[in-house]
Design a protein around this ligand. Structure first.
Ligand code: C2E
Ligand code: CA
Ligand code: CA
Ligand code: CA
Length: 281
């Protein structure tokens, strides 16, 4: 017993070291890729559940690394957040998304909005709202076309709460829409809903996965939709993959659908094609 215990300890600590080295290496590569502008954005449509027309897109970052093993945002975004690199990376995302809107201006629907994911580290960063206003002005895009998706976790109250509330208020005052991403998976959402200027709730994929079989999830989804309606918020279901899920969500009166059923996140060229024809089956 003693020996295997020791083995475990040994195994555990070598794994720790391996993780530390890997994180450090990812951090350095992130820095380098930021300097070289090596990131791209993909776009996933948000679709009206009734008409199937595209009402917006979400920008999702990708890190193309040639022949090297892919690293997904779920892995590198937390590292970027911890190291503070998210501030520069996030600025790139915002500016790139706004520029993309300006490039689509003449060819696609004027109502189209673009959503970017924003972490609390960015919201707290010095000069964030000024940067966003500057980027909108640079590309001559009205603020109402920009949406920011923030997870509940990032909206959780901290001792800096006032700053986040003030920042969101400033962003909302100029016309930017704020969504709560992964809604229902955090803990303090209801009180935050009362305090913060929110326009959209995005129901987390984990609630969508096994409807209509999972009655608890059905009950949760219906409650979120009615909560949103009563508070005058829009509601988006994310991670919708099947026609059965779509039919349920339409029946529950969920306005907007996002997920592989309609489209995976695609390149700027591919989304432009979809936007021009604007018909999804
Ligand atoms: P998220 O904001 O909740 O984005 C939804 C994730 O689910 C995306 O993964 C998307 O590709 C994926 N997805 C969409 N529809 C479906 C579906 O029907 N089925 C399945 N299985 N997956 C679906 P992705 O692009 O890997 O991003 C993961 C997370 O990384 C995002 O979760 C977001 O929190 C973060 N992220 C991505 N881009 C950015 C960014 O530019 N900035 C920041 N701060 N975070 C980002
Ligand atoms: Ca999101
Ligand atoms: Ca989400
Ligand atoms: Ca998610």
């Amino acid at each position: 017993a003693k020996k295997s215990e020791q083995d475990n300890v040994y195994f555990y600590s070598s794994e720790l070291t391996e993780n530390t080295i890997k994180r450090w290496s990812v951090e350095n590569q992130l820095r380098e890729s930021l300097e070289n502008n090596d990131f791209i954005l993909l776009y996933q449509p948000k679709v009206c559940s009734k008409t199937h027309s595209i009402v917006g897109v979400e920008a999702l970052i990708r890190w193309p690394r040639g022949n090297e093993t892919p690293i997904y945002p779920s892995e590198f975004i937390p590292i970027a957040e911890e190291t503070g690199l998210i501030i520069a990376l996030g600025k790139w995302v915002i500016e790139q998304a706004i520029e993309q809107l300006s490039l689509w201006k003449d060819s696609v629907c004027q109502e189209l909005s673009i959503a970017v994911n924003v972490s609390s580290r960015q919201l707290y960063s010095e000069g964030f709202t000024e940067f966003v206003i500057g980027a909108l002005e640079k590309f001559n895009i009205p603020a109402c076309k920009l949406e920011m998706e923030i997870t509940e976790e990032h909206l959780a109250p901290t001792n800096q709460e006032k700053t986040i509330k003030e920042t969101l208020q400033t962003l909302t005052d100029i016309g930017i829409k704020i969504s709560i991403d992964d809604f229902g998976t955090g803990y303090s959402s209801l009180s935050q809903l009362k305090i913060l200027p929110i326009s959209v709730l995005k129901i987390d994929k984990s609630f969508i996965d096994n409807i209509p079989d999972n009655k608890q999830n059905v009950a949760i989804i219906k409650s979120i939709i009615s909560l949103a309606k009563n508070l005058n918020l829009k509601v988006v279901a994310e991670g919708v993959e099947t026609i059965e899920q779509l039919i349920c969500l339409r029946e529950y009166d969920c306005e907007i659908i996002q997920g592989y059923y309609f489209s995976k996140p695609v390149s700027d060229c591919e989304i432009k094609e979809l936007l021009i024809s604007n018909s999804l089956s």
